[in-house]
Design a protein around this ligand. Structure first.
Ligand code: PLP
Length: 251
């Protein structure tokens, strides 16, 4: 991969996993590891939270996220002073001092009102995530149709050395877990996905499709060197259906 500069891992649906493999891979290939944590606030692997494994982790605080603001908001976490300083400059029109612009930047400052809401809600994140895990547990227990494939294992592992296993269950939420899924979405696969979605809608159960169009099918105005996805990815994309796991969905 001579031109590859970085691997951007997307912790999709709230699951962070196998980070040691990615860290070793990127270290050997001398490329950066970056994390898209937009769906993984509070998700844990090897007792570490999503966002601390790579050079940086990017979080979305869009209102429906596990930690949501009241409008668009986001943050980047890093332990590199250099990256932090560059990002602070970029988010403020490329200025590191008032009226002194080092480069072309953006207006991406987080509104103080959102920051205040997020700071408070951050205290409840574990509670929000526990609520999502409870909903997921109910889906696991009650979706019994064999034609529906459950994607996300009910992970909360507590023992020091254990690797998460799909069947570890939710033992002892009081101890801090070694790995923990935060179920931003509860996702299933089904060969008759559209029929299933229609059936559920008729029975008052809302589902969504994440994501109907793969990246290389998007109509970017400029051509980007996106390789066409393998047919297995296309097949998966046609079968995937998401259920809400927002705590307000429980009833
Ligand atoms: C995995 C993932 N990455 C990135 C984003 C983009 O986040 P934002 O809209 O806050 O930039 C989202 C939001 O939907 C997401 O789910």
């Amino acid at each position: 991969m001579p031109q590859t500069k970085a691997v951007l891992l997307v912790h999709l649906y709230g699951w962070v996993r196998e980070m040691e493999r990615w860290m070793t891979f990127c270290k050997r290939a001398t490329i950066h590891l970056l994390e898209d944590c937009a769906e993984a606030h509070g998700a844990v692997w090897a007792r570490q939270h999503a966002g601390v494994f790579g050079a940086w982790g990017a979080f979305s605080f869009y209102p429906t996220k596990n930690l949501g603001a009241k409008g668009d908001a986001g943050a980047l976490v890093t332990n590199s002073a250099e990256i932090a300083s560059r990002v602070k400059t970029l988010q403020n029109y490329g200025a590191n001092k008032r009226y002194e612009h080092l480069e072309t930047g953006l207006n991406n400052r987080l509104h103080e009102l959102h920051a205040a809401i997020l700071s408070t809600r951050l205290n409840w994140l574990d509670q929000f995530n526990a609520g999502r895990r409870e909903i997921a547990q109910r889906y696991f227990a009650e979706i019994r149709n064999r034609r529906i494939q459950l994607l996300s294992a009910p992970i909360t592992v507590t023992s020091e050395n254990s690797k998460p296993s799909p069947h570890d269950g939710h033992a002892s939420r009081r101890r801090s877990p070694a790995a923990s899924h935060v179920y931003h979405l509860f996702v299933v696969r089904c060969a008759e996905r559209n029929r299933l979605a229609h059936f559920l809608k008729e029975h008052g159960i809302k589902t969504s499709i994440h994501y109907p169009l793969l990246a290389h099918h998007q109509n970017f105005p400029e051509k980007r060197p996106l390789r066409s996805a393998r047919s297995s990815k296309r097949r998966i994309s046609c079968r995937t259906l998401s259920f809400s796991s927002m705590p307000s969905a429980a009833s």
